[in-house]
Each structure stands twice: as C-alpha cells, then as structure tokens.
Design a protein around this ligand. Sequence first.
Ligand code: NAD
Length: 475
Amino acid sequence: MKDQTRQYINGEWVESSSGKTIDVINPATGEAFGRIAKGNADDVDKAVNAAHDVYIEFRNTPVEERREMLDRIVNEYENRKDDLIEAITDELGSPIDKSEKVHYQMGLNHFAAARDALDSFEFEEQRGENLVVKEAIGVAGLITPWNFPTNQTSLKLAAAFAAGSPIVLKPSEETPFAAVILAEIFDKAGVPKGVFNLVNGDGEGVGNPLSEHPKVRMMSFTGSGRTGAKIMEKASVDFKKVSLELGGKSPLIILEDANVDDAAFTAVQKVVNNTGQVCTAGTRTLIPESMKDEFLEKVKEKMADVKVGNPREEGVKMGPLISRKQYDTVQSYINKGVEEGATLYHGGAGQPEGMTEGFYVKPTVFSDVDNKMTIAQEEIFGPVMSVIAYKDLDEAIALANDTKYGLAGYVFGEDAETLKKVARSIEAGTVEINNAKGGADLPFGGYKQSGIGREWGDFGIDEFLEVKSIKGYFK
Ligand code: NAD
C-alpha cells in the first residue's frame, strides 16, 4: 500500500486535521493500492493562510526569479520522470507508453511554456504619463479532475507561478499521487514556502471550503459542469474570479474530399485515447451520407487494432476506465443509444471478452445517430463514437454547432478554403485541421457550457493577473 496521508502546507508535510483517509483504487484491478488524507476545512484554512502570508512577497518577486524557479521545476520534473509515469499508470490505468508520451510530456510542456512565455510577457505598459500594471490576483484555489493527472495540475500551477500567485491545490481524490510527486518536485526546486500548498481530499471536505474561503481571490477549476456550477455559486458570494474548464461533445467533420482512411484512423484515435476520458474527444463524427459505409468499414478495421488490456502489457492501446462509477455511466449510455434507435455497429455493453476484473469496456461505434439523441448530446467520457450523416456543408456546420458545448472541433479534407471556412464556423475554443498539432503556447478553453476563460502559455498567465492603472506614475 502506498501511504501518503499528509498534506503539504507552508513548505512542510503535515498531518491532516481530520485524521481520516481515502483509499485510492487501481482501475486495472479494482483494488485499493494506496491511501491519501481526507482533508477538511481546517487543513484548507491553514493552507490558504500560508499562501496569503506570502502573497505580496511572491507577487513582487522579479520576473527573472520566477523564470529561474520554473526552470528548476522543469529540471526536477525531468528527474522524476519514472516516478510520474509509474504513478499515472497505477492511478489512472493509462497504458504505460501513453503515461510517458502523453501525460508525463504534457505536464513538462506546460512548465516549459510558462517559463518561455515570461521572456516576452509584458507585465507593465506606459500610456502617456500613466502606468498600466498587471499583477498577481492573490491566493488562487486550484481544483483538478482525474483524467490527466499531470496535465491539468501542471498547466494551472505553471501559469500561477509565472504570474506570481501563491496557490492551494486540491487534485482529484481518484488520482492524487502524481500531485504528491509534484509537491516533492517543487520542494526540491526551492519553491518558496507558502507559494505551493497541497490539500488532498474530496469535493465536499476540501473543494467546498476552498471555494468559499474569503482569502481566496480566484478559483481555477477543471472538471464537470455540475461541479463547476457549484464552485461558481460559492465563489459568487464574495465575487471571486472563476476560471472554468468543463466538458465537451466535440464534432469531427469529414468533408467530401477527405482521405477516408486517414480520417477513420484519427476518428478512432480521438475516441479511444485515454479510454475516451478526454474533454476534447471528437465523439460526434459527421460524414457525408455517400461516404458513410466506406468510413464505417475503415473504422471497424482500425478498432480491431485497438488492443484493450492491462496498462503495463506491451502493445496495449486502451486501458480501463477510471472507476466502477464511470464504467456504469458508460454502460448506461450504450444502452440508451440502443433504446433511442441508433444502430450498434461495433462493440457494445459489457466487458471485453475474457476480462472479469478492472473497469474495462469495449470501444463502441453507433451509426445512424440523430444529433438529438442522448448519445450525441451528452458527454459520455468513454470510448463511444456516434456517426451522424449529413447532406451538405451547411448542414454539417449546423450539426457541429447544435450542442451546448464548445470545447473543440476537428475537420478533415483537401480544399484549403473549405477547411478554413469550416474551422472558422465551429463554435469552439480549439479547432484542428487535418490532425494538426499545436504547442502548449496556444490558448485552450471553451465556448458556451465548456467553460469560462483560457489557459496555457501566456493566456494562462493572464488568468492569474489583475490589472491596475497608476495615473501620473511618469509625471
Ligand atoms: P468532477 O467535477 O466530478 O471533479 C473534479 C474535481 O472537483 C475533483 O477534484 C473533485 O474532488 C472536485 N469536486 C467535486 N465536488 C466538488 C465541490 N462540490 N466543490 C469543489 N470541488 C469539488 O469531474 P471529474 O469526474 O473529476 O472529471 C471529469 C470531467 O472533467 C468531465 O466532464 C470532463 O469533460 C471535464 N474535463 C474538462 C477539461 C477541460 O479542460 N475542459 C479537462 C479535463 C476534464
């Protein structure tokens, strides 16, 4: 058993006031493999006060000092590579090569991107005889989900440190060990005491008191819309700033001149990556009616190559879902798809053949999906693709935007003008053309119910800043 039942507050590992713990489950086995503290309001209060005590000092550190601190964090993060990969594989059930190439790497990229953004970030600007200053907002509360244990935490932490905001982090209680390693990394990298505080626990015991604490000036949250709304409500009492990264139901549009084989490959990847537990997953595939049959054949071929199994086994492409609860949710959506009249084309309910333990599911494809169906409107957070046929480009764009979400969109085709038109028409914070990859310096966030604000790189730093006008500064 991995026992890490202390909190990291004011530069020290301390016992939680609650004396209670939470078991952490390995989703590949369904068994507990570790324990963390089940923190409470008293832990939160101590952590917020520690952060508040150093707020002015940290805010006023020279930018170069914060840049050097981020550089030391990058080095320490690299030193802990193997530990991070192990922790993510155990707590999330991510295939081990993805734990390295995706999860470990994304966390590293965010610290490096925030460091590099400081080279050109303008914190001050002269306007006539006046000065406009951007300065850290104050103590920030960070609450993160389980699906990308290093990415979601690191992108917020990197931005807050670059901005000069001390923070209190509450990571998901389902994947807390990567965050414990981050605490060790910051400790080793010489992050000043009070600047980083880790309070483990659940939403009720830690997330709630953090969201309502009067000394917290900003809540930065990634997770479900349901929880985001609760945090916003709590934060509204004393008008804290909120930054929310919520769910998605992203369209993947295949145009008439697209290479069907390439599009099918990417469509499958977008659905099975991280076992579909990706907020930007392209789970609504929009395809011209005339290309549907060929596309489905190709999808079936590609799905057959997706080896589902133990995350530590070589060649495994898809591990288990995070929990029994998530398994049940995905099952109920698959059953709902059948009930509402979609055609179950591949996969289906139940565990893959021969698998009895862990939270494994079958990659599943529905065809003949109407965009009004539940499986096309709600975020499933599992490897389930809905294939929706369209007649012409206008209908494709209308279907793409017929959703309460607006996190991401994908478009495949050859004609550059049509690709650009579609990309500009999708109501979403990120659009990928022909599987193009961008760096951690591009802004990330959602339109509509996918969130409020933008993270990553310089946009992420901006989230943690207030703006002050000093009139007559240069008089
Ligand atoms: P969740 O909302 O259940 O939990 C997220 C975090 O909030 C956890 O740390 C949890 O303990 C905490 N929490 C729960 N109740 C709380 C409360 N009342 N007050 C304060 N904190 C509380 O989400 P999840 O199941 O961990 O993650 C899945 C969701 O996250 C999906 O909807 C997914 O789309 C979304 N997500 C969004 C992005 C993005 O960038 N837009 C990225 C990843 C995940």
